[in-house]
Design a protein around this ligand. Sequence first.
Ligand SMILES: NC(=O)c1ccc[n+]([C@@H]2O[C@H](COP(=O)([O-])OP(=O)(O)OC[C@H]3O[C@@H](n4cnc5c(N)ncnc54)[C@H](OP(=O)(O)O)[C@@H]3O)[C@@H](O)[C@H]2O)c1
Length: 265
Amino acid sequence: MNIDLTGKNAFVSGGSQGIGNAVAIELTKLGANVTIAARTETALIDAVVNLNMISSPFQQHDYVVADYSDPDKLNTAINRHLRKHNKPFHILVNNAGGPPQGLAIDANEEDFLAAFNTHLVSNHVLVKAFVEGMKQSNYGRIINIISTSVKQPLPNLGVSNTIRGAVASWSKTLANELGQFGITVNNVLPGATETERLKAIIANKSKKVNKDLETVAKEMMNEVPLHRFAKPEEVAFAVAFLASPSASYINGINLPVDGGRTSSL
Ligand SMILES: NC(=O)c1ccc[n+]([C@@H]2O[C@H](COP(=O)([O-])OP(=O)(O)OC[C@H]3O[C@@H](n4cnc5c(N)ncnc54)[C@H](OP(=O)(O)O)[C@@H]3O)[C@@H](O)[C@H]2O)c1
């Protein structure tokens, strides 16, 4: 099995922490040159320093500061980066912070538009910027970190549930269109994963149901057949495999990495 990514250039959105950072680390370990993006420059610099520490001398890592809620500015930043470095990206991992929690009925129009920009339009900006390079390399792996809410809506994540479905349909459509160029497009659907996002979800739930953090976390773990949360690297291993040469015939799928929590197939 060939999972070597030596010589491959990867772009990981939200790569400064959580699942995105774990993905950046796994792709680096497999030999890729990794560029990460997020809003906070200091966190990006720290993450690149860490990637450099686990790399061979031939690997090069970089970062782009961008706020995905503004796709026009993202477009400008990415095209500036491409002009400066003049190298194709072979692997694109779309992953940004999830939309705020709350009921769909309480959300206003701006909440849906903001999430649509951050999670769909910005992903599309990146695909458009990188697709020519992938076609010319005859190697493309587009992997979208979405959520199990693609299969089963999650409580109190109204805007997220709505937008995730749109991202999954966009992704499946691209998989149909781009497969002929050796480009695969797949979705990884994390379940509850130990990151800052999960901490915020537990804190919010704890306030709402008036139970302490530990009790809420335990109840959430008990909803998972494995009775525990995922480590970010357990999601990253799936992403890294989908990014590899050996995943060449896997296209257009949703891959839950949720310990079996989703109750449908
Ligand atoms: N953790 C879970 O249990 C879980 C479960 C299912 C789905 N997910 C989804 O998986 C994705 C990653 O989750 P996570 O838990 O790793 O989140 P996280 O720990 O909050 O990390 C989010 C990353 O995205 C960046 N980011 C956030 N908003 C951004 C924006 N507007 N523009 C650019 N970058 C932005 C953050 O950096 P900056 O803040 O510096 O920008 C950070 O690097 C999210 O979409 C989340 O909803 C997570």
